[in-house]
Design a protein around this ligand. Structure first.
Ligand code: UN1
Length: 505
C-alpha cells in the first residue's frame, strides 16, 4: 500500500480534555475501502496505560459531572446535535471515504446521530422516575435514576457516527462519564464525532477517546473495576466473550450483536413493494447492517415471479465508490471481510443453493483498488443451510420458498438470532399474527428489516443480545441504576410489613 501519511491527518487520543499521543508512540492507519491506497489518517495505537489514564480522567470528571443538573447536561448534547447538523455534509463525505457506504446513506448515518442528540437532550428534562404510595402514614416512597459512573463504549465500523451517538449521548445526559473505543476500521469518523462533542462544551474528562485494538484497548477498559458498564455492538463471537467476562466481574453489560433478518412475502403482498424492500434491505449499506435482510422467505405462489423481478432489479445496481452519485452499492469494509463474504458464496454453492446472480469479487478497472463484491442472490435455499443461518454481513441474500403463512413464520423464527423480521401482506389478520408470532426485537409490516428510528427501543432477542435495548427511553434504562428512596416524616419508628398489620410486638 502506498504510504502517504505525511499528507493525512494524525489523530490523537482525548484524555482529560487534552489531545495526547499514545503511551506506545505507535500509530495505525485507516484506509479507504473504495481505494485502499487512499490513507484517511493515522491514529494512536494505544495500550492499557492509555486506558488507565482515560479511566482516571473519567472517574475524576464523574464527581462533578454527576452533579450538573440533567437539563444543563442536555444543553451541551443539544449543542452537539446542532454542530452535527452544521457539519453533516463534511462528516458524511468523510464517512463515505472511510467506511464506504454511499453518500446518501452516510448522510442518513449522521442524521441518526442528530436525531439522537435532540432526543437525548429532551431526556434531560424527562428521565422519569417514579413515586408510589407508601404503606404507612407520613412516609414518602419514590425512585430516581442515578448514573452508573464511568461507562465503556465499544462500537463497530458499520454505523461509525450513529451507533456511538446511540450509546454516548444518553450515557452523558444521564450523568455518566465515558471511555470510548471505536472500531479500528473507522477511527476518523469517531474522532470527528468526539471533536464535535468537545466543541459543544463537555468539561474535561467527561468524554475520553482511546483508539487501538480490542485486545490492548478494549480488554483493559473491560477489566478496569471503575468502569461500571460496557456497551458494545459487534459480532456475536466478541459479544459472548465480553459478556462472559463482564458476568465474572459483576459488571453491567449491554450487547447488540448479530442478526439473520428476514422479509416474508405472502401470496397477497404487493410484489413491487416487496421487491423494492428486499433490494434496499439486502443491498443497502452493501448488506453491512446488523438489520440487513439476508433472507427473503417467499410464498410458493409468488416465488417465480418475485425471483424474476428481484434478479432483474439487482442487475441494475451499480457497484463502486460511494462518493459517485450514480453508485448504489459501495465497497465492503476491508479485504478480510471481502474474503469472508466470498467464502459464503462457495459455501452456498457447495450446499446446493442456486446462484441466481452475482457471487464474484470485483477487482478490475474502477474496482481494482477497493474491496468490492457483487450483489449476490441465492435461490432454492433450504432453511437449514449455512447461508440461511449464519450472519454473512455482506451483499448476499438467500431466497427460501415456503408453502404457507405458518411455514413462513416458522422459517423466519428458525435461526439463533432475533433482531429484525418483516412481513409483506395486505391481510390485516396475517399482519397482526405476524406481529404476535415473529420472534424478534423489531418487526416490520410492509417495510424491509432496516431503518429503525431512534425513538423506539432497538435490539433483539435470542443470540442477538442480552436483553438490553438501545435508543428510545430504554437507552436511559441502560445507562442508569434505580435508587429507591423512603422518606419517613412521622417522627417515630414505623416498621414496614409489621406495624400496620396488627403485629405490634
Ligand atoms: C446496525 O446495523 O447495527 O435500523 C444498526 C437500521 C439502522 C441502524 C442499524 N437505523 O437499519
Amino acid at each position: 500500500m502506498t504510504k502517504t501519511l505525511e499528507k493525512t491527518k494524525t489523530c490523537l487520543n482525548l484524555i482529560g480534555g487534552e489531545w495526547v499521543k499514545s503511551n506506545t508512540g505507535k500509530t495505525f492507519t485507516s484506509y479507504s475501502p473504495a481505494n485502499q491506497e487512499e490513507v484517511i489518517g493515522s491514529f494512536a495505537d494505544s495500550d492499557e496505560t492509555d486506558v488507565k489514564k482515560a479511566v482516571d480522567a473519567a472517574a475524576k470528571a464523574f464527581e462533578t459531572w454527576r452533579k450538573v443538573p440533567a437539563p444543563e447536561r442536555a444543553e451541551i448534547i443539544l449543542r452537539a446535535g446542532l454542530l452535527l447538523e452544521q457539519h453533516k455534509e463534511s462528516l458524511a463525505k468523510d464517512m463515505t471515504r472511510e467506511m464506504g457506504k454511499v453518500l446518501n446513506e452516510a448522510r442518513g448515518d449522521v442524521q441518526e446521530a442528530i436525531d439522537m442528540a435532540k432526543y437525548a437532550a429532551g431526556e434531560g428534562r424527562r428521565m422519569f422516575g417514579m413515586t408510589v404510595p407508601a404503606e404507612m402514614r407520613n412516609k414518602f416512597a419514590m425512585a430516581v435514576r442515578a448514573p452508573l459512573g464511568v461507562v465503556g463504549i465499544i462500537t463497530p465500523w458499520n454505523f461509525p457516527v450513529a451507533i456511538p451517538s446511540w450509546k454516548i449521548l444518553p450515557a452523558l445526559v444521564a450523568g455518566n462519564t465515558v471511555v470510548f473505543k471505536p472500531a479500528t476500521d473507522t477511527p476518523y469518523c469517531a474522532y470527528r464525532f468526539v471533536e464535535i462533542l468537545q466543541e459543544a462544551g463537555l468539561p474535561p474528562g467527561v468524554i475520553n477517546f482511546v483508539t487501538g485494538s480490542g485486545s490492548r484497548v478494549g480488554n483493559p477498559i473491560i477489566e478496569d473495576p471503575r468502569v461500571r458498564l460496557i456497551s458494545i455492538t459487534g459480532s456475536s463471537f466478541t459479544g459472548r466473550k465480553v459478556a462472559g467476562r463482564c458476568g465474572e466481574l459483576m459488571k453491567k453489560i449491554s450487547c447488540e450483536l448479530g442478526g439473520k433478518n428476514a422479509i416474508c412475502v405472502m401470496d397477497d403482498a404487493k410484489l413491487e413493494l416487496a421487491v423494492d424492500g428486499a433490494l434496499w434491505g439486502a443491498f443497502g449499506t452493501t448488506g453491512q447492517r446488523c438489520t440487513a435482510t439476508s433472507r427473503v422467505i417467499l410464498h410458493k405462489d409468488i416465488y417465480e415471479k418475485f425471483v424474476d423481478m428481484f434478479v432483474k432489479r439487482a442487475k441494475e445496481l451499480k457497484v463502486g465508490d460511494g462518493l459517485d452519485p450514480s453508485v448504489d452499492v459501495g465497497p465492503v469494509i476491508n479485504k478480510d471481510q471481502l474474503k469472508s463474504i466470498n467464502e459464503y458464496v462457495k459455501i452456498g454453492q457447495d450446499e446446493g443453493a442456486k446462484l441466481l446472480f452475482g457471487g464474484k469479487i470485483l477487482d478490475k478497472g474502477d474496482h481494482a483498488k477497493g474491496c468490492f463484491h457483487e450483489p449476490t442472490i441465492f435461490g432454492d435455499v433450504k432453511p437449514n443451510m449455512r447461508i440461511a443461518q449464519e450472519e454473512i454481513f455482506g451483499p448476499v441474500v438467500a431466497l427460501i420458498k415456503v408453502n404457507s403463512f405458518e411455514e413462513a413464520i416458522e422459517v423466519a423464527n428458525g435461526t439463533e438470532f432475533g433482531l429484525s423480521l418483516s412481513m409483506y401482506t395486505q391481510d390485516v389478520n396475517r399482519a397482526f399474527n405476524a406481529i404476535t408470532d415473529l420472534e424478534s426485537g423489531i418487526v416490520y409490516v410492509n417495510a424491509p428489516t432496516i431503518g429503525a428510528e431512534i425513538q423506539l427501543p432497538f435490539g433483539g432477542v435470542k443470540q442477538t443480545g442480552n436483553g438490553h435495548r438501545e435508543a428510545g427511553t430504554t437507552a436511559i434504562d441502560q445507562f442508569t441504576e434505580w435508587k429507591s428512596i423512603y422518606v419517613d416524616y412521622s417522627g417515630v419508628l414505623q416498621r414496614a410489613q409489621i406495624d400496620n398489620h396488627g403485629d405490634k410486638k
